[in-house]
Design a protein around this ligand. Structure first.
Ligand SMILES: [Zn+2]
Ligand SMILES: [Zn+2]
Length: 347
């Protein structure tokens, strides 16, 4: 049976069936490769005392959504609601959610975390091992399962996403962050995923005051990595891409830039940095250019790697991601942003 939307780990099918006649809200639904539609679907309901329902006031389309659109993510089902970068206003609360109140504005992390398991207790919320009811499927595909995620396939929990009018937020006493009225939706929205992703890339690079940091890829994650690196004390950030508007935005954020389509990146980096640089690759895989994704060694000491276009870092990111999961590091940061502590000193 294919449900019009998936209810997730704390679902109550009897409850869902009871509400199934209430076909009210509009939501962006996946129906197959290259086929997403705005459908009319049942409103989400409180199904567990730790649930909240929010009225979506802003949501983002993530680069990762391209994997769904282009059919690269297994275990999607027709009718699944997309969207994992969400914020909104709390309109319903379960009885056990005491830290929020109706009317609060919240931004919702894309990972769903219980707050109680070993991982959550360690602050490794994206590794929560209680919120993905289909963890075995994820483990088959990825080695280990992360936490359940909003709007990102059934092997990652089958939770409905927030590219919709309303969203059920499980474990709402853990994830959602209250946003003060002085902060706009646009200022807060990227806390749901992409800002922490770029920030974590910079953190993983273990930047010390005055360091020079090279960042491959100036898409959204790269832009946040640039600004995070400077915020964490980098003296210089050298951003690498080929798209003019991305490079212009990187410069506006305080970075020097290298256009890899015009310049030998390795030689240019060595020239500018006297051979000492930390590296952070912040490029997501590009689902529209799978030909650019290919195996490569993880060592950043490779001259060839330094010269490759950013999309070539995808497989490296995946390997780092797998390593991070094996080591039980936070999945959120490593799933789309990859960083390594690497001194290229005196190669
Ligand atoms: Zn995202
Ligand atoms: Zn947990």
């Amino acid at each position: 049976m294919v449900l019009p939307f998936q209810l997730g780990t704390l679902c109550d099918l009897a409850s869902w069936r009871g509400h199934s006649e209430e076909i009210i809200m509009r939501a962006l639904c996946w129906h197959g490769k290259g086929d997403v539609r705005v459908d009319t679907v049942p409103d989400p309901k409180i199904q567990h005392p730790r649930d909240a329902v929010i009225k979506i006031t802003a949501c983002a389309i993530c680069g990762s959504d391209l994997h769904l659109l282009d059919g690269y993510q297994p275990t999607m089902e027709s009718g699944d609601i997309l969207g994992h970068e969400n914020m909104g206003e709390v309109i319903e609360l379960g009885s056990e959610v005491t830290n929020l109140k109706i009317g609060d504005r919240v931004v919702v992390p894309f990972t769903i975390s219980c707050g109680q398991c070993w991982f959550c207790q360690k602050g490794l919320f994206s590794c929560c091992d209680r919120t993905n009811p289909n963890a075995e499927l994820a483990a088959q595909a990825m080695g280990q399962s992360p936490a359940g995620l909003f709007g990102f396939s059934h092997m990652l929990g089958g939770y409905s996403g927030g590219q919709a009018e309303y969203l059920r937020v499980p474990m709402a006493d853990v994830g959602p962050i209250k946003i003060p009225d002085s902060v706009t939706d646009e200022q807060a929205l990227f806390l749901s995923d992409i800002f922490p992703t770029g920030y974590m890339a910079a953190v993983n690079a273990q930047i010390e005051p005055g360091d020079t940091v090279a960042i491959w890829g100036c898409g959204p994650v790269g832009q946040f990595a640039i600004r995070s690196a400077l915020m964490l004390g980098a003296g210089r950030v050298i951003a690498i891409d080929e798209v003019p508007e991305r490079l212009a935005m990187a410069e506006a954020g305080g970075a020097e830039t290298i256009d890899f389509s015009k310049t030998d990146v390795y030689d240019e980096l060595m020239k500018r940095t006297e051979n000492v640089v930390r590296t952070a690759a912040s490029m997501r895989s590009d689902a529209r250019r799978p030909d650019m994704v290919r195996p490569m060694p993880c060592s950043t000491r490779s001259r060839r790697q330094l010269s490759w276009p950013p999309t070539a870092f995808t497989s490296c990111a995946r390997r780092s991601c797998a390593a991070a999961r094996r080591a039980r590091f936070p999945f959120r940061a490593s799933m789309s942003a990859w960083a390594t502590r690497s001194r290229l000193a005196r190669l």
